[in-house]
Each structure stands twice: as C-alpha cells, then as structure tokens.
Ligand binder design. Structure first.
Ligand SMILES: Cc1cc2nc3c(=O)[nH]c(=O)nc-3n(C[C@H](O)[C@H](O)[C@H](O)COP(=O)(O)O)c2cc1C
Length: 217
C-alpha cells in the first residue's frame, strides 16, 4: 500500500484574534456571563451551540467523556437528558462529580463547569420527554444505551414495531430514561488571546459569593 503523507498537524495552528476577556467584562454571577456567551454562540450560528462534553469517572477513577445537549440552565444547575442505565448514569450513581465543557472553537472560547449531578424527578422529565418529536420518544424506548448490540437492524426493527404500537396516543416515559441537574461550584471561562496570551477566569463558590481569579494561560 502506498505510504500516505500524514497531515502536518504539528504546524496546524491559528492566532486567536477575536478579542480578550478582561476583568471589566466579567459579571459577578458566572451564569450571566455564560448566558451572554451562549447567546453569542447561537447568534454566530455555531453548529450545536448547546453541545457540551460531559466527563464522568468509573469506579477505577478512569475518566470518560461524551457530548450531550444542554436543555435548561438556571442558578440551580445545568440540565441534560439521557438513558438512566447508560454508562454515564452508572458512573454518576457511583460518583456524582462531573465536569461539563462547552467547546466554542469558532469564538475562540471554552467554558468549563465542575459540580455534582443529581437525577431529576420523573415529573420534571416527563414534561421535557413529551415536548420531544415522536420519533425521538420512540428512539428512547428502542435503545438500551451503552449496551453491546449485534446489528443495527435490531434497532430499526424495534423502532418500527414500537412506532406501530404507539401510533395512536401518547408515548409513555420509559422508566429508564431521565435527566440530570448538575449543581456547579466552579466555572472557568477561556478566551483565546493574541501571542498565545489567552485569558482565563475561574469562578469558585465561597459560602455566599463567587470568588473570581485570573489564571495563567
Ligand atoms: C452532538 C451530540 C449530541 C448528543 N446529545 C446527547 C444527549 O443529549 N443525551 C445523550 O444521552 N446522548 C447524547 N449524545 C450521545 C452521547 O455522546 C453518548 O454517545 C451517549 O450518551 C452514550 O454515552 P455513555 O455510553 O458514555 O453513557 C450526543 C452526541 C452528540 C455528538
């Protein structure tokens, strides 16, 4: 087989020029700044502006990461939905400390939350579940998320079987599907800067206020 030249990734880089993040730009509450950045990510038409990378650890301390979509946020935390038997759910049951990272490359930004995940009540979940497109509701029933399966056709067949079964009327919430609220105690904002002198600010919750520190890039 002919040798293919590898892409020269060591030399792939760009200057970050979209402007810095200064103390005067910060808000006392990190959620206010987060909301501003999220709106800007949406306005900039980034693909999946609400996509966040969730890190969990297994019982050996081995970290795992995967993308999920942020579906709600307020001062009590950030909410995402998933399968409650999935690998991530098993990790959270064992150790509920998680990290959530929003990678907004096109804006030369990232935001990282640290906190603890807690399961949402079925009452809260059902409202969101029923707001999803019907096919997504059926897909939630079909997939034993994170389990090994032998073929895609199993999913397709189950999907059509359930589509038929649920064709008239509401689709019930599967008992194994739900959501998590991540209560955060630390938020870090990163904005790329010129000459590789980036701006980082770390917010840490201290009893009754957010302490803000600048970190070296
Ligand atoms: C853009 C994008 C959005 C996703 N959104 C979700 C989501 O909201 N919930 C979810 O359970 N999985 C979502 N996934 C799939 C997860 O990344 C992951 O494959 C799945 O949750 C199983 O993870 P686990 O086996 O570590 O539990 C998304 C993947 C991508 C790429």
């Amino acid at each position: 087989m002919a040798e293919k030249n590898q892409l020269d990734i060591a030399n792939l880089r760009r200057e970050y020029t979209q402007g810095g993040l200064r103390r005067k730009d910060l808000t006392d509450d990190p959620l206010v700044l987060f909301e501003r950045w999220l709106e800007q990510a949406y306005e900039a038409k980034l693909a999946d502006p609400t996509a966040m990378c969730v890190a969990t650890v297994d019982s050996d301390g081995q970290p795992y990461q995967r993308i999920v979509l942020l579906k709600h946020y307020d001062k009590d935390g950030l909410i995402f939905y998933t399968n409650l038997s999935s690998r991530k759910a098993q990790h959270i049951a064992h150790n509920n400390k998680v990290s959530l990272l929003f990678p907004w490359y096109q804006l030369e930004r990232q935001v990282c939350f640290l906190g603890e995940a807690e399961k949402l009540s079925p009452l809260k979940v059902i409202k969101y579940f029923q707001s999803r497109p019907k096919d997504s509701q059926i897909a939630a029933w079909v997939s034993r998320q994170s389990a090994k399966i032998s073929a895609r056709s199993l999913l397709e067949n189950k999907f059509f079987e359930l589509k038929q079964k649920f064709k008239n009327g509401e689709i019930p919430l599967p008992s194994f599907w739900g959501g998590y609220r991540v209560r955060f105690n630390s938020v870090e904002f990163w904005q790329g800067g010129t000459k590789r002198l980036h701006d980082r600010f770390l917010y840490q919750w201290q009893q009754d206020h957010w302490q803000i520190d600048r970190l070296a890039p």
